[in-house]
Ligand binder design. Sequence first.
Ligand code: CMP
Length: 141
Amino acid sequence: MAAKERTLSIIKPDATRRNLTGKINARFEDNGLRIIAQKRLWLTEEQAKKFYDVHKDRPFYGELVNFMISGPVVVQVLEGDDAVALNRKVMGATNLANADEGTIRKDFAESIEANSVHGSDSLDNAAREIRFFFSETEVVG
Ligand code: CMP
């Protein structure tokens, strides 16, 4: 039986700039993910650097941080059966060139960096990323 999970999602600055928050949220809801916490934030450089610390040695780290602080983001907790894997399926591949038809990134991403959404890649990282943005009382399942 599928386990009920929670995952952290971020609607990125390229998507908030194009007013796509509602359209992206509809993709989550239409695919069985419930938005059980959500807030719009403008990340500080310090927050973006800390959030993406796992990528600090990658060549794209500096640009990624600058992109993530270039406009508002919407951080959210999604809940559902196998939510971590399900959300990754709904988002599509990181690089839109490899993203399947009908996925968020295939339909909305502008580039590998401005790829509209972030989603946790494992249950452990989901717990860590949810704690990074939300207190217990802000998550209402
Ligand atoms: P995300 O799922 O948020 O995780 C790391 C992000 O780095 C990724 O989505 C992309 O937006 C960004 N990125 C930029 N360049 C690359 C790259 N070459 N490979 C992977 N991720 C990249």
